[in-house]
Design a protein around this ligand. Structure first.
Ligand code: ZN
Length: 216
């Protein structure tokens, strides 16, 4: 039987990084929805072209399209032993579809580590990015502050915040996340496979905690 691990967590919690580390440690494939979309769009698959149309219009890609891509992805031979899922499922509908797909292969989701962090910390992480006007050098008010506030260390040009990196946008993203994933979290909780992990710690310590949960 294969092992499917679904990693959940809000934007800014470091889920992608953790999914990569975990997949490497336990020798499973890392499936990121972002990568999967990019691959399908690049290869001009039918689903890739379809999703591109929604993205171009600034709309959410419908669940059916995402589920279709996912289904094709896990049918490949490198998923024989399972996978670490990063960004899928994202909605209850996707989770239910995922269960049916795995069921048909005699599998199921094994465990769902849910990485948590306070809004305060997430907003700080999501909104701390400053970009240099001249060459796009990137700084972070907490993790990589410039020597002089508002000035690029490398070329002395002005630092500004892109719309995506403001506190307002961060708050919006977190709100959307909670709305979309609350039913998903309840769904896995009811199945007794959701385990919460404290996300407000260093990358290595968090990776260790997640590995311990998965090994159990
Ligand atoms: Zn610069």
């Amino acid at each position: 039987m294969a092992t499917y691990i679904v990693l959940l967590g809000p934007p800014g919690v470091g889920k992608g990084t953790q999914a990569k580390i975990l997949a490497k440690q336990i020798g499973l494939v890392h499936i990121s929805t972002g990568d999967l979309f990019r691959e399908n769009i690049k290869n001009q698959t039918e689903l890739g072209q379809l999703s591109q149309r929604y993205i171009n219009k600034g709309q959410l890609v419908p669940d059916d399209v995402t589920i279709g891509m996912l289904k094709e992805r896990i049918s490949r031979s490198d998923c024989e032993l399972g996978a670490v899922m990063d960004g899928f499922p994202r909605t209850l509908k996707q989770a239910e579809a995922f269960k049916i797909i795995l069921d048909s292969m005699g599998d199921d989701v094994s465990i769902v580590p849910y990485i948590k962090a306070s809004d305060k910390v997430l907003i700080e992480r999501l909104s701390g990015r400053w970009t240099c006007r001249k060459n796009g050098h990137i700084f972070h008010s907490v993790f990589k502050p410039p020597q002089e506030e508002g000035i690029c260390d490398k070329d002395g040009s002005e630092l500004y915040q892109r719309d995506d990196d403001t506190v307002e946008t961060a708050k919006k993203r977190l709100k959307v996340y909670v709305e979309r994933t609350s039913p998903l979290i309840a769904y896995y909780k009811n199945q007794g496979i959701l385990v919460e992990v404290q996300g407000e710690q260093a990358i290595e310590a968090l990776a260790k905690d997640i590995l311990a949960i998965v090994k159990k």
